[in-house]
Design a protein around this ligand. Structure first.
Ligand code: DGT
Ligand code: CA
Ligand code: CA
Length: 568
């Protein structure tokens, strides 16, 4: 019953409503709990059943009771009561820039606006500008922000919050003893940043027992279809999962077919036909004879091309490159040995410098850049020059005694006029500077591009943070002129960042590919705000792979001492 996503939305709604009612501390607790649950890589029902609710960040006794109620009944009484009084679609409004809960409530009270559709109608009719606290300019802004939300909203799940959960499902299936092989396929295998569902392929001598086992797993909330070799279930995390059992001799063909993407497959099938062959999920056939099927490699090879890594299968030129034996040797996940974007509790992170560094070490990394926010970002408790210099001293003494190294970094505000938020003397003491635009983004494309380029030309920044500033499902990227930005990066040896934080996944892979054509290099970052987020570095690496990057294109593949040289 229910799902993590739905529960997180309900808790966030409670937070919004309590905010409107002027309640002091509670909204914060509900928000933290909601954030924890939406970022959880396991089903909340499982956490409850195993008695671990109180271990979750932000979950105290009272919220734990609400979660218990939710898991057992699918409802939370407190939520239902509050929603009666405030029948507002807070979940959508939260994702629209400039629509905080108090504004949403004001618009509900004055104009009866409950939904996104109501809001759109009122905006179209010019009714918002007359409401106290709004005005013509903020009406225009809201219109733009609503449009941006409508363009990007979707119900797909973010890969970063599902991939480990899927991994644990696979592990359970493997351990059941009912399958000879179990693998992930579909968009998750391609490491697409959002997924529509989870696709699993298996080999089994006892498919019916396998299907029974699968459909009765704890994670399963309902069965959509159940057959002898194909079953689809609804999972507690808020998505469906398919499993298909296939004959051993067809497994490679099935992996190929069900990994997709569709356009990639369509083109492969055409190539097969042009060679007088037929390709389907059972194999590659010449007449009635199967000439390949056991492995993906042999299928690609028999079609006259090199093996294509799943991350590349988007029909963006990989098939042609594979035919000409010109595919790049894309970076391995294990070649990324440092994280170049992370926060500590000195700004808006949750963990200390030591905790972050040791957690990174535990993940096998050799270094981590701690890139706290700078002073002009007060919502993130940005640091001024003096506090950075104090932090630097702590980092120096940490580095003296430990094998994992910390780079002294900053996620530096690029101010409205393109100037930088810290003095040059202070920036010179740092090892890694990420330039970022978080505020005053309501400017035209030309101004915004010029602002960023001014910072790139300053000679003071190493990389550009999450360059498009998109938030998946919430807002579009900035309207930057990327040709100009990339030209400037190239001329100044400035990197572009690939931020692996699931909602960001920024640069997107198509722009990565474009930037590579400018010979730009890249930095990868998890954008961690707590130790658990360090895993997002792999997602940044996945985007790098999807953008065809090789080891030499990414500075996180360099040793610590080499990275230090970039600035000296
Ligand atoms: P998703 O689930 O929306 O994130 O994206 P996919 O790519 O996982 O798509 P899904 O789950 O519908 O199907 C998995 C793969 O199976 C897909 O990537 C390609 C293959 N496939 C599914 N339907 C078709 C089809 O009608 N034709 C072909 N050629 N392939 C298909
Ligand atoms: Ca899928
Ligand atoms: Ca599917």
């Amino acid at each position: 019953m229910g799902s993590n996503k739905d529960l997180a939305e309900k808790l966030s709604d409670i937070a919004d409503i309590l905010d409107i009612e002027g309640v002091k501390w509670e909204p914060r607790a509900y928000r933290t709990a909601a954030l924890t649950i939406s970022g959880l890589s396991e089903d909340i029902g499982k956490v409850y059943r195993e008695g671990r609710l109180l271990e979750l960040e932000g979950v105290g006794k009272s919220i734990a009771n609400s979660i218990k109620e939710y898991v057992e009944t699918g409802k939370i009484d407190k939520y239902e009561d509050l929603k009666k009084k405030y029948p507002i679609d807070f979940d959508s409004f939260r994702k629209i820039r400039g629509m905080g809960p108090k504004r949403a409530y004001l618009l509900y009270k004055k104009l009866g606006i409950k939904t996104v559709e109501d809001l759109k109608k009122a905006l179209d009719e010019g009714k918002i500008q007359n409401i106290e606290g709004f005005g013509k300019k903020s009406e225009e802004e809201l219109k733009k922000n609503l449009e941006s939300f409508m363009n990007v909203k979707n119900d797909r799940l973010l890969l970063g919050y599902v991939i480990e959960y899927a991994g644990s499902l696979i592990e359970k299936l493997r351990k059941s003893g009912l399958f000879e092989r179990v693998e992930i396929a579909g968009s998750m295998r391609r490491m697409r940043e959002t997924i529509g569902d989870i696709d699993i392929l298996a080999i089994s001598e006892k498919p019916e027992a396998g299907m029974d086992f699968f459909s009765k797993m704890d994670e399963v909330k309902g069965i959509v279809v159940k057959g002898p070799t194909k079953t689809t279930v609804e999972l507690g995390i808020g998505t469906t999962c398919d499993i298909r059992v296939l004959p051993k001799e067809s497994f490679g063909a099935a992996m190929q077919y069900f990994t997709g993407n569709k356009d990639h497959n369509v083109k492969l099938r055409k190539i097969a036909i042009s060679k007088g062959l037929k390709l389907n999920e059972y194999g590659l056939f010449k007449g009635k004879n199967s000439i390949a099927g056991k492995s993906e490699e042999e299928i690609y090879n028999k079609l006259g091309m090199d093996f294509i890594q799943p991350e590349l299968r988007e029909n963006t030129g990989e098939i042609e490159a594979a035919q000409e034996h010109k595919l790049p040797k894309i970076v391995e996940y294990s070649e990324v040995i440092g994280d170049l974007h992370a926060h500590t509790k000195d700004s808006d992170g949750m963990n200390s410098l030591e905790e972050m560094a040791y957690a990174a070490e535990k993940r096998g990394l050799k270094y981590i850049a701690l890139t706290n926010h700078s002073k002009s970002l007060p919502v993130a408790h940005g640091l001024d020059e003096k506090r950075f210099s104090e932090l630097n001293k702590k980092i120096d003494s940490f580095n003296e005694k430990s094998s994992i190294k910390i780079l002294k970094g900053v996620e530096l505000e690029i101010l409205k006029d393109g100037s930088l938020d810290l003095k040059n003397e202070s920036l010179k003491e740092l090892d890694f500077v990420i330039g970022a635009m978080h505020q005053n983004l309501n400017m035209g494309s030309k101004e915004l591009t010029a602002r960023l380029i001014k910072a790139i030309n300053s000679g003071m920044i190493n990389t550009v943070a999450h360059p498009t500033d998109r938030i998946i499902g919430q807002r579009e990227g900035l309207k930057l002129d990327f040709d100009k930005v990339m030209e400037a990066c190239k001329n100044n040896d400035v990197l572009l960042e690939i931020d692996g934080y699931p909602e960001r996944s920024d640069l997107p892979f198509d722009l990565v590919k474009k930037a590579k054509s400018y010979s730009i290099k890249f930095s990868l970052g998890s954008d961690s705000h707590r130790t658990e987020h360090l895993r997002f570095l792999d997602l940044a690496a996945a985007i790098a792979r999807r953008g065809w990057l090789e080891k030499k294109d990414i500075i996180n593949t360099l040793e610590y001492k080499e990275v230090l040289k970039l600035r000296r």
